[in-house]
Design a protein around this ligand. Structure first.
Ligand SMILES: *Cc1c(COP(=O)(O)O)cnc(C)c1O
Length: 389
């Protein structure tokens, strides 16, 4: 009854996109600023802003590009300290460095959420923060907002993996000053590559639009922004991080599928978590009360296992066809902060390190059905039995 489940295959592109792509290819009109209006990228920005509930949206080449532009738009002084969770993807502190700022890492707890005590401590010397909702786990945004508001510190939300997630009914990415999303293949919407920057702040978005590469009078093709541009024309560098019409055409038909994908992801995740936690060696941290998740992967902690047993589990899981990684035990995992050797100083974050050494990561594409999850769960439980026997 062995059935191979491919957890790496991305979401298929809906058939509705294919006619639109064919038409676009016929026209050859792939550059967002060629048409005077209604370019696919411009339509996507409008649709995305409406879907997520923000005033403005700017489509760019990746989420990392969106984070970089958000930081540049804030006009922080050279070397400004930007607080970032110690559990995130290497591209996040990289964007901070790229924006001529200094990343400062704060502790993350065993439930994958920001340690508020450490956050508060380090916030005192920070000028901005990028809240990375890593793997779609939302930290306590009420507490974070109140700490940041008190000190006037702007929040950029890295919502790359949180499309479809909410906090107190509000879409993740719309809580801070700016929100950043990813359309890389392993996210809820798949365009291979792509990103989106959202904000309600017209001046921040206008600055980001120019720097994303709206040279000369191309900013006129962002009609909702018109009056914000005149004073900054020719005043900002151009980084050319635009999205192409081809990507926008792949993305647009997936937006209406988002709510269904989110529900399915959550159903799959919770069903899987319920099966896994029948083992006393597995803990799946609970979401916070205000949080509704839209997961396309599952994270769980191995409890009461030493390094040898953890490695034995990972090998057994792999052998049984369930690609499983422990964030901190791979050779070069880009989510283990000690591998970020491009930082000037790699800090010591004992809580984050302990978590990373026991936290497992399994992809759970939303296209899987419950029978697939049964097979994955059965194999992981067998791997745990093997590792602990
Ligand atoms: C994927 C991801 C990124 C990077 O997104 P790109 O679009 O590939 O630049 C950043 N942060 C988190 C939390 C991610 O999951």
């Amino acid at each position: 009854m062995e059935r191979a489940i491919d957890t790496y295959q991305a979401e298929p592109i809906p058939a509705a996109a294919q006619d639109a792509i064919e038409e676009l290819l016929q026209s050859g009109d792939l550059f967002r600023y060629t048409a005077s209006s209604d370019a696919p990228v411009a339509l996507l920005e409008e649709e995305f802003a409406a879907q997520i509930g923000s005033k403005f949206a700017l489509a760019v080449s990746s989420c990392s590009a969106a984070i970089f532009l958000a930081l540049r738009a804030l006009n922080l002084p050279h070397g400004a300290r930007v607080l970032v969770p110690g559990f995130t993807f290497a591209a996040v502190p990289s964007s901070v460095i790229h924006a001529n700022c200094t990343p400062v890492l704060c502790e993350v707890l065993s439930n994958y959420r920001i340690c508020l005590a450490d956050f508060e401590d380090k916030l005192a010397s920070a000028e901005a923060t990028v809240i990375s909702h890593m793997r779609g786990h939302t930290s306590d945004m009420a507490a974070i907002m109140s700490l940041c508001d008190r000190q006037g510190i702007p929040i950029i939300e890295d919502a790359a993996h949180s499309l479809g997630s909410t906090w107190g009914g509000q879409n993740i990415g719309t809580i801070g000053k700016m929100g950043c999303f990813s359309f890389q293949s392993y996210k809820m919407i798949n365009a291979g590559e792509g990103g989106m920057l959202i904000s309600d702040d017209i001046d921040l978005i206008a600055r980001a639009v120019i720097m994303s590469g709206a040279y000369e009078h191309n900013w006129k093709k962002h009609p909702v922004l018109a009056e914000a541009f005149a004073p900054i024309q020719n005043k900002l560098p151009l980084y050319n991080l635009r999205m192409s019409n081809l990507s926008a055409t792949v993305i647009r038909p997936q937006i209406p599928l988002l709510s269904e994908r989110s529900k399915r992801g959550l159903r799959n995740h919770d069903y899987f978590a319920d099966k896994l936690t029948r083992s006393k060696y597995i803990d799946v941290p609970k979401p916070l009360d205000q949080e509704v998740r839209a997961p396309d992967s599952i994270q769980f902690n191995l409890v009461g296992l030493d390094d040898t047993a953890v490695l034995k589990f990972v090998r057994a899981a792999q052998r049984r066809g369930v690609p499983t990684e422990v964030f901190g035990l791979g050779e070069d995992n880009a989510r283990a902060y000690w591998n970020w050797e491009f930082l000037d100083v790699i800090p010591d974050l004992p809580k984050t390190r302990d978590m990373l050494l026991r936290a497992c990561d399994v992809r759970l594409p939303v296209r899987l059905d419950l029978a697939d999850i049964d097979v994955l769960a059965e194999n992981l439980l067998a791997a745990i039995a093997e590792a602990t026997s």
